[in-house]
Design a protein around this ligand. Structure first.
Ligand code: PFF
Length: 453
C-alpha cells in the first residue's frame, strides 16, 4: 500500500470534518427512535449498562479497527478488504467480509428510510397542526391510520430516499461534509431543549430512574444480544460505513482520539434522547415498552399540549429527519464507492442504482405494517426480521471478523503505523482488545443466546 495514495472519491477537508461525518453517521434514528424503545422493551437501567459496556469494550476497539483498515485501503470496503488481503497474503475467503457489509447496508437502509419517512410525515403533521390539543387516544389513532396506509408510507419513504441520493451524489466534500456541518449542531441544540422540557414534567425523576437504576432480573439472554446489537448499530460499525469514511481520512489524524470522540458523542445523544423521552412517556401514562411507535406516540402528546409545542414539534421531527439523513448517506456510501471503483460508473449512476435497490427493498418493511402484517417468518414481520437480522446478527458477525482481520491478519507493523497511537502501551491495549476481548465478547454473547452458555 503506497502511503501517498489518496482515495479517488476525495478526502475530508479536516479532522473535524471526519469527526462530524462519522459522529453524524453514528447519531441517527438509532439514538433517538430505537434506543428509547428497546430500552423500554428490555427493562431500562440494566439494559443501558450492558449497552454501555458493549460500546466501551467492543464498539470503540472495532471502530478504531474499521477506521484504520479504511485509511490503509483508501477504497470502498469491498476493495479495501481485497487490497489488504493481498497485502497480508491472507486467504481469499476474507473477500466476503466486504460483501457482507454492503449487503447489510442495503438491508438496513431499506427499513431505515421507511422510519425516516415516518419522521418526515410527522414533521408535516406537526406543521399543519395535527397534534394541537390532541390527547393520547387521538395521537394513537393518527399513528394507526398512518401506518395502515401503504400509499402514505411509500410516498414518505420515496421522498427520504431521494433526499439521501441528492446528498450522496454531491460527493464527499460538497455533499456529505456540508450536510453534517449544519445538521449535527442543530440536532444537539434541539435535544437539549427537549430535555429542558422533560425536566418540567412531574415525572422527570421517574424517567431518570427507569433509565439509570439497573434491575438485572429484567435482563434476558436476548436482551444482552439486543444491547450488543444496539452498540454496533448506533456506532455504525460492523458493515463498512466507518471503514469507507476512514478511507477519506487524511494521513495525520489520530484514529484513537477520534474514535473516543465519536463514541462519546453518540452515547451522549442516546442518553439525552432517553432523558427527554421517558419522563414524557410516564407523564402521559404510556407504556415504555411501546415498541417502534414509542416516540411517535409519546412526543406528539407533549407537543400538542405544551406552550410553543407547535414550533417545537415541527423542529423536533425535522431534526429527526436530518439525523436520519446523516446516517442514511453512510449506509449507501460503501456501495456507491464500490460501483464507481469497480464498474467505472459515474457517481450519479451509482447513486441511482443503489438508491433504487434499497428503495424497492423498503416495500417489504412498508407492507409489514399493513397488508402483510400477518405474514411472519420465525414469528417476526419482515420489518422485525430485517431489524433483528442486521443489527443483532450481521453487524456483530461483521464486527467480529473485522476485529479478527485487524488483530490477527494484518501485519502488526502495518496496524501500528496506521493507528499512530501516542505510545506503545496504548497500542498494545488496543491490540489486546481487538484480538481477544471484542471477538470473545461477541462470541460468548452468541453462545449465550443459543443457550450453550
Ligand atoms: N448509526 C445509525 C443510527 O444510530 O441511526 C444507523 C447506522 C448507520 C447503522 C450506518 C449502520 C451504519 F453503517
Amino acid at each position: 500500500m503506497t502511503d501517498t495514495k489518496k482515495s479517488i472519491h476525495g478526502e475530508w477537508s479536516s479532522r473535524f470534518a471526519f469527526i462530524l461525518a462519522a459522529a453524524g453517521s453514528a447519531v441517527g434514528l438509532g439514538n433517538i427512535w430505537k434506543f428509547p424503545y428497546i430500552t423500554g422493551e428490555n427493562g431500562g437501567g440494566a439494559f443501558v449498562l450492558v449497552y454501555l459496556a458493549c460500546v466501551l469494550l467492543i464498539g470503540i476497539p472495532i471502530m478504531m479497527a474499521e477506521t484504520m483498515l479504511g485509511r490503509r485501503g483508501k477504497q470502498s470496503p469491498i476493495n479495501t478488504i481485497n487490497a489488504l488481503v493481498e497485502e497480508a497474503g491472507a486467504d481469499k475467503s476474507w473477500h466476503y467480509l466486504g460483501w457482507m457489509g454492503v449487503i447489510a447496508g442495503f438491508l438496513i437502509l431499506s427499513y431505515y428510510s421507511v422510519i425516516a419517512g415516518w419522521a418526515s410525515a410527522y414533521a408535516f403533521k406537526a406543521f399543519i397542526g395535527s397534534f394541537v390539543n390532541a390527547d393520547a387516544t387521538e395521537i394513537r389513532e393518527i399513528f394507526d391510520d398512518f401506518i395502515a396506509s401503504p400509499m402514505q408510507l411509500i410516498f414518505w419513504h420515496s421522498l427520504f430516499m431521494v433526499a439521501t441520493m441528492l446528498v450522496v451524489v454531491r460527493g464527499v466534500n460538497k455533499g456529505l461534509e456540508k450536510a453534517v456541518y449544519f445538521l449535527m449542531p442543530a440536532l444537539f441544540i434541539l435535544l437539549i431543549l427537549l430535555v429542558g422540557y422533560a425536566m418540567t414534567t412531574d415525572n422527570y425523576y421517574q424517567g431518570i430512574k427507569f433509565l439509570f437504576s439497573p434491575d438485572f432480573s429484567k435482563l434476558t439472554g436476548d436482551s444482552v444480544l439486543i444491547a450488543m446489537g444496539q452498540a454496533f448499530f448506533t456506532l455504525s460499525i460492523g458493515m463498512g460505513a466507518i471503514m469507507v469514511y476512514g478511507a477519506y481520512l487524511p494521513k495525520d489524524v489520530s484514529i484513537a482520539k477520534t474514535a473516543f470522540l465519536i463514541a462519546g458523542t453518540d452515547t451522549v445523544a442516546a442518553l439525552l434522547a432517553g432523558i427527554a423521552i421517558f419522563p414524557i412517556v410516564f407523564a402521559n401514562g404510556l407504556e415504555p415498552s411501546g415498541g417502534p411507535s414509542l416516540i411517535f406516540q409519546a412526543l406528539p402528546i407533549a407537543f400538542g399540549n405544551m406552550t410553543g409545542g407547535w414550533l417545537f414539534g415541527v423542529l423536533f421531527f425535522v431534526m429527526l429527519v436530518f439525523a436520519a439523513l446523516k446516517s442514511s448517506i453512510s449506509l449507501i456510501e460503501p456501495a456507491v464507492a464500490w460501483l464507481v471503483e469497480h464498474k467505472g460508473m459515474n457517481r450519479e449512476k451509482a447513486c441511482i442504482w443503489s438508491g433504487l435497490a434499497a428503495w424497492l427493498l423498503g416495500f417489504g418493511t412498508i407492507f409489514s405494517f399493513n397488508i402483510w402484517s400477518g405474514f411472519k417468518i420465525f414469528d417476526r414481520t419482515i420489518f422485525q426480521l430485517l431489524d433483528y437480522l442486521t443489527a443483532n446478527l450481521m453487524l456483530p458477525i461483521g464486527g467480529f471478523f473485522i476485529a479478527v482481520f485487524a488483530g490477527w491478519i494484518i501485519k502488526q507493523q502495518h496496524s501500528e503505523q496506521e493507528l499512530q497511537m501516542p505510545d506503545a502501551q496504548s497500542y498494545q491495549v488496543w491490540r489486546f482488545l481487538v484480538r481477544y476481548v471484542s471477538p470473545a465478547a461477541v462470541f460468548f454473547i452468541f453462545l449465550h443466546v443459543v443457550g450453550v452458555l
